[in-house]
Write a protein that binds this ligand. Structure first.
Ligand code: HEM
Length: 218
């Protein structure tokens, strides 16, 4: 019985409901090349620079919703990635953060900001990036470390959460908090739809980066 309850909880619905979109994001040309260690320093710096405004708005909205009666329980400054991204950019792009003005980034940022009008939808964006960083992100960090021979973590702070001892129990707690959110069935449906949209916005960003792959070849 318990298993059935877990399968139908919001956390499980967010995961299964976005499986196709996860696979699509994962298998984009840019991500594929990144995972194979074929993207050079410029390419990884552009990737971080593209994600920077996304995390800036995630963290700005998080701060505003920290005391929200419904979604406030999901907010945790221990997840914040902006400072880590800036530290990493300093090592991948020492000459300064690349200017990656981008339609995909602008659309993603606007979509996150718009959730201020309907905070339950913010949870979808929070989940997609932060639980991703604590899941596949950990593998991406390890792969990058191997590809670039990084042994001291320099440039890979994005994947290292000082405030979180172990990803697994943290993710279990996160899913439990998702399942306890006081949201209606219609809101749950809307959150699952928004997760799929969030993955689509990530894919769009990777497709844009993928157009520069020739330039990013190692
Ligand atoms: C590029 C290569 C990627 C790989 C290899 C990858 C791999 C994985 C794996 C193995 C898991 C399951 C981990 C677990 O059960 O603890 C996972 C979960 C997840 N990934 Fe990815 N991923 C990738 C890209 C992405 C991207 C681009 C996003 C979103 C922007 C993302 C978001 C997520 C989320 C939200 C979860 C948590 C699912 C859940 O348990 O509810 N992943 N990923």
């Amino acid at each position: 019985m318990t298993a059935v309850v877990e399968e139908t909880g919001l956390a499980a619905r967010m995961k299964t409901g976005s499986q196709a979109e996860h696979t699509e994001a994962e298998s984009s040309n840019f991500m594929n090349a990144l995972l194979k260690g074929e993207v050079n320093e410029q390419g990884y710096a552009d990737y971080l620079a593209a994600l920077r405004p996304v995390y800036a708005v995630l963290e700005e909205v998080s701060a505003q919703l920290a005391n929200d009666p419904v979604v406030g329980t999901m907010i945790d400054p221990g997840l914040d990635r902006l400072a880590a991204i800036d530290a990493d950019l300093a090592s991948w792009a020492p000459a300064g953060t690349p200017d990656v003005s981008s339609g995909a980034v602008d659309a993603y940022v606007a979509r996150i900001r718009a959730t201020l009008d309907n905070p339950v939808l913010f949870v979808a964006h929070h989940y997609t990036r932060y639980l991703g960083d604590l899941s596949g992100g950990q593998a991406i960090g390890a792969l990058l470390g191997r590809a670039f021979g990084i042994t001291d973590g320099t440039g890979l702070s994005m994947y290292s959460f000082d405030a979180i001892e172990k990803p697994k129990p943290y993710k279990d707690g996160y899913r439990a908090r998702l399942n306890e959110l006081a949201v209606s069935d219609a809101e749950k449906d809307a959150i699952v739809d928004e997760v799929r949209i969030a993955f689509g916005l990530n894919s769009a960003l990777f497709i844009e980066l993928g157009r520069n792959l020739a330039q990013y070849q190692r």
